[in-house]
Structure formats: structure tokens, C-alpha cells
Ligand binder design. Structure first.
Ligand code: SF4
Ligand code: SF4
Length: 217
């Protein structure tokens, strides 16, 4: 367990970071990797949904990529030092038909006890709300997975539902195995954001349902 204590020392020393370990034994990765180290970085800034600026949100995400990439490199160095096999899954989906990443960071974050899935289909943390940037490193090592998955705490809140100008969020409560299509019209959301590719050179980072969430404000 020396590797775990080294990992804990490394990650507990970081500010504005939630982290946990997800068990991979029931996943398609089980044959090669035992656990996932899951990281949730608080955005370095915040915005009110009423004063939301897309380009500023883009900048926030770019900052998070840099900061979280440095921490991810620390973890990789630590795993290398302990001679532990690892995999860094790609951070976002590239399949425009299924709109699914090969490894679900959100699912892993729930399994690691970091948060729950909100009505807006985002990971919601009690500490920082949905204002987090996720990363994960899969490890062929039995890091202890001792945090329980959280149950949803959205309750009767409908703030994100009301914040979406297109009505893509359906208002249903996530129950652990709820399909994302029952939470949100993810195709509609993706199609709308993809419509900005020519203008922005990338998808639109709509953050209205994210910055509206009362958790982490
Ligand atoms: S990201 Fe924007 S368009 Fe998509 S569901 Fe949220 S508020 Fe609606
Ligand atoms: S705005 Fe309300 S319903 Fe939506 S994710 Fe946040 S807490 Fe849940």
C-alpha cells in the first residue's frame, strides 16, 4: 500500500481538487486495470448564469486543462516509480453518433464517491457543484475504493431545467441507473452546440445549465 500513501500525499496537497478511487472490477477494463484514480478540479473562476460569457468559459476550461494535466503527470510519474501499469483515457467523446467517450469520467466519479449526476446530466459535487473539470487515470493496482457512491441531492430543484433556453433538460431525477436520454436530449444539445463549429472553430461551450446550479456557487 506504499503506492496508495504516496498517491494520497500527492493529491491531498493539491488545492481545489476532489479525488477518489473507482473500482473497475465490473467494467470492460477489469482484465487490465483494477482501479481508476478520478480527479475533479474546481474551475479557477466562476460565472453567474445571468452574466455568462461563452469565451470566458472557454478560457476557464483551457486553464483547467493545463492545471489538471500537470497533476495527471504527477500521478503518472508516481505510478511509473512504483512500476504500476496505467492508462490515461481520452478526456472527451469523439464518436459523433453515439456521443460516448470510451471511458465515462462521470460514471467513474460517481463510483469514486465524488458526486452524483444532476438533472442536467453533469457530475454535481457537493463542494463545487458542476464547476469541475474531470480527469482519470486507470491503474492495474488495488488502490482502496472505500468511498460509497453518492445518492442524488437535486431533489425538487428545477433551476437547470429552467435555465436551458431550448428545453433539452427533461427534469427527471437520476437514480443510479437512469439512462442519460431520460435526463437530457443530448443529441439536441450536441447538435445545437455543433452548429457553431464554423464560427468558433469548435463546439459552443454552453454553460447555462452548469452555471445556474446552486451547488458550489
Ligand atoms: S448545455 Fe446549454 S443547450 Fe445544452 S442542455 Fe445545457 S443549457 Fe441546454
Ligand atoms: S440545478 Fe438543481 S436540478 Fe440541476 S443539477 Fe443543480 S441541483 Fe440538480
Amino acid at each position: 500500500m506504499v503506492a496508495f500513501f504516496d498517491l494520497k500525499d500527492c493529491l491531498d496537497a493539491k488545492e481545489n481538487l476532489l479525488w477518489g478511487i473507482a473500482d473497475l472490477s465490473q467494467t470492460e477494463y477489469a482484465e487490465q486495470y483494477q482501479t481508476a484514480i478520478v480527479l475533479a478540479f474546481k474551475y479557477a473562476g466562476n460565472m453567474d448564469a445571468a452574466h455568462y460569457v461563452e469565451s470566458a468559459f472557454h478560457e476557464l476550461l483551457e486553464q483547467c486543462k493545463t492545471v489538471s494535466g500537470d497533476v495527471q503527470n504527477d500521478i503518472i510519474a508516481l505510478l511509473d516509480y512504483h512500476d504500476i501499469k496505467y492508462l490515461v483515457p481520452p478526456p472527451s467523446q469523439r464518436d459523433e453518433e453515439l456521443l460516448q467517450a470510451p471511458f465515462s469520467f462521470k460514471r467513474a466519479a460517481v463510483d469514486a464517491g465524488i458526486g452524483w449526476i444532476g438533472k442536467n446530466d453533469l457530475l454535481i459535487t457537493h463542494e463545487f457543484g458542476p464547476r469541475v473539470f474531470l480527469r482519470a487515470v486507470l491503474a492495474d493496482y488495488p488502490f482502496p475504493c472505500d468511498k460509497l457512491s453518492q445518492t442524488q441531492r437535486c431533489g425538487d430543484c428545477m433551476v437547470c431545467v429552467d435555465a436551458c433556453p431550448h428545453g433539452f433538460i427533461k427534469g427527471n431525477v437520476w437514480q443510479g441507473d437512469t439512462a442519460r436520454g431520460d435526463l437530457i436530449d443530448y443529441m439536441g444539445c450536441n447538435n445545437w452546440r455543433s452548429g457553431f463549429k464554423e464560427k468558433l472553430g469548435r463546439k459552443h461551450h454552453c454553460g447555462l445549465c452548469l452555471f445556474a446550479c446552486p451547488y458550489g456557487k
